[in-house]
Design a protein around this ligand. Sequence first.
Ligand code: ZN
Length: 487
Amino acid sequence: MRTIHNKNRKKKSVIFVGLLFLLFLISACAVDYVTGKHTFNLVSEQQEIQIGREADPSIISQYGLYDDPKLTEYVDGIGQKIAVVSQRPNLKYTFRVVDSPIVNAFALPGGWVYFTRGILAHFNSEAELAGVMGHEIGHVVARHGAEQMSKAQLAGIGLLGMSAVSPELAKFSDLAQMGVGLLFLKFGRNQESESDRLGVEYSTKLGYDANSMAKFFQTIGRLSEASGGGLPDFLSTHPNPADREKTVSRLAGDWQKKIDYKPLNISPRDYLKRIDGIVYGNDPRQGFVENNIFYHPTMRFQFPVPANWKLANLPTVVQMVSTDEKAYIQFALASTNSPDSAANKLVQDNQLTVLKRQNTKLNGFPALFLDAKLENETQSIRVITYFIEKDKSLFSFQGLTASADYEQNKNEILNTLNGFRQLTDKNALNKKPLRVRIRTVSNPGNFKSIMQQFGMKDEMIPELAILNGVEETTNYQKGDLIKIIQE
Ligand SMILES: [Zn+2]
C-alpha cells in the first residue's frame, strides 16, 4: 500500500490505511517499480507478461471464475482467432470468463483478457463479442497497460504487490476510486479510441460486421444511464458511448471498403443459444443478505449483519463496514488449518499485544477467541478475532476499529462475531440464482407484449429490453429468439 498515494487522502481513510496494514498487505507489497519517470519504452515485453501473470491471480480471487468450461472455451476461441489477425500474434493470450454480474471486459498487460458473465449475458450476437474482444486485445497490442503504468497512477497494480484484499477494502471508503482504478486499469480517451479502432479492424478482418460493435455502445449507454452513470473500463464514459457508436460505425464502413471484406455466415441466434442459462445478477449460492443476516448456502453458515452497515461479498472474503467507516468486520478463510497456528501468525506478523486468548466453542464449533491490540507511533487498533473450525476449514472472523472507537463499536462487532452459526433454514439453503433463458417467440407482437406472455413482471421490462438490445416497441416474429430472466 505504501506505493500508492493514499496517505494524502482525507482523514477518514486513515483507519483504513491502518487496517490495510493489519490485513497483511504489507508483506505482499514488495517491489518498487515503474514510476512516473520511466517511459513506456522501458517496460519490456517480458515485464508486461510478468505484470499480467502476477495480476491474474488477484483478478481471479477478486471475481472468481465463472464455472462453465464450454462457454469459456468458446470465448477463448474467439479471442485466439482475433489475436492471430492482431499486430502481436505471437503473444500467448489467456481469456477468462469471470463470475461477476457487472457488465465489463478488461485486459492486463501481456495478454490477459477478462469478460464478465454480465457482459456475455448482454451481448446479442457473436459480432458484438468479437468487437469488444478486439477492443480489449487492442489494449494489449498497443501496450496501453504498460503505458499507463509508466504514469505513477498504476504503480500499485504494476507490481501488483497488491493482494486481492486491498482494493476490495478500498471500495468501502474514499479509497474507492483508487481500488476501482487499479482493478479496471482506467485508460485514457486516446487509448480507448485507439482500441475501438483496433477492435473494428480485427473483427472486420475476420468477417464480423463491426456495426454490431457500434450498436453495443447503445447497450452501454443505456446501462450507464440506468445505473446513474460511472461504468468502468470498456464501459468507460469517456469518450461517451454515443460518440463511440458513431465513430465505430463510420470505421466499420471504412474498413469493409478497405479490405476484402467477406461477411461470416453466422446468425445472432447461434450466440444466444450459447448463453442460454447463464447466471444473471448476484448468485445467492455464493452468499446473500436477507433481513440483516448473511447466509452462505454453499458453505452452510450464517451470521448477523449490523443494521445499515455496508457489506461486500467477494470470492475470498466478506467485508462489512459501519456507516461512519470507523469499524470494519471481515470473514475470510484462514491461511492455515490450526486455530493456534493461525492465532500465532496473526500476533507475530502484526506484533499484536494480546489482551485475551481463549480456546472455546462458538455455537457448537471449535474456536479460538483472540482480543488484541495493534499499536505503533501513529495508531492503536483493537483487533477481535475468532478462528472457527467448520467442515475441515478454518475461518477467521475479525472485527477492527481504532482503540478510541472501541466502546462505541464493541457491541456490534461482538454480536456479529458471536452470531456465526450453522445454516439450517431450507429456504436459504435452496435459494437459486436467476438465469438468462433463451425462448422462441410463438405469438408475434412487440417486445413488451412478448415479455408479458412469458410472465415477466412489468417492472423488469426496461431491464429486459436493455438485455435484449431492443426497445419495448420492437416487433418480434414467430420463431425469433428472445431473452427472459428466470430461475
Ligand atoms: Zn477499453
